[in-house]
Design a protein around this ligand. Structure first.
Ligand SMILES: [Cu+2]
Length: 124
């Protein structure tokens, strides 16, 4: 039974954190830390980490794109007409507008073999 109470306690904590997150949601986007995305080589493949980037719908957000590799890489979201090139070993910020919920494909416009990612925008 102790384990069960432990889970309930954790759920209560999650509820508290959700309330805190909701309070933060009232802040303008500039006050919210950027969501961090890294381009890295994993197993010989260029990948985005994380490969699924989750954002709240209807809220502007900043992405910090850090290219840890030794080559420039792209970051394109065709549905949003976003296409940037991040030089090697550079961290670059991009601003996303408030978006409707949905799935948005992310890919590297420079390298077809670079593994793609997904922007998941959800109602909260
Ligand atoms: Cu690439």
């Amino acid at each position: 039974m102790r384990g069960f109470r432990g889970i309930r306690g954790s759920l209560a904590l999650i509820g508290t954190l959700s309330a805190a997150t909701a309070a933060l949601a009232e802040e303008p986007a500039a006050a919210t830390p950027p969501v961090q995305v890294v381009t890295a080589v994993v197993g010989g493949k260029n990948v985005y980490i994380p490969s699924t980037i989750a954002l709240a719908a209807q809220r502007a957000a900043s992405l910090s794109l850090f290219n840890t590799t030794d080559k420039p890489h792209g970051f394109a979201i065709p549905a949003l007409d976003i296409e940037v090139v991040v030089p090697e070993q550079v961290e670059q910020r991009i601003e996303l507008p408030a978006l409707p919920a949905g799935l948005y494909r992310i890919h590297c416009q420079l390298h077809e073999a670079h593994r793609s990612a997904t922007l998941l925008v959800v109602d909260d």
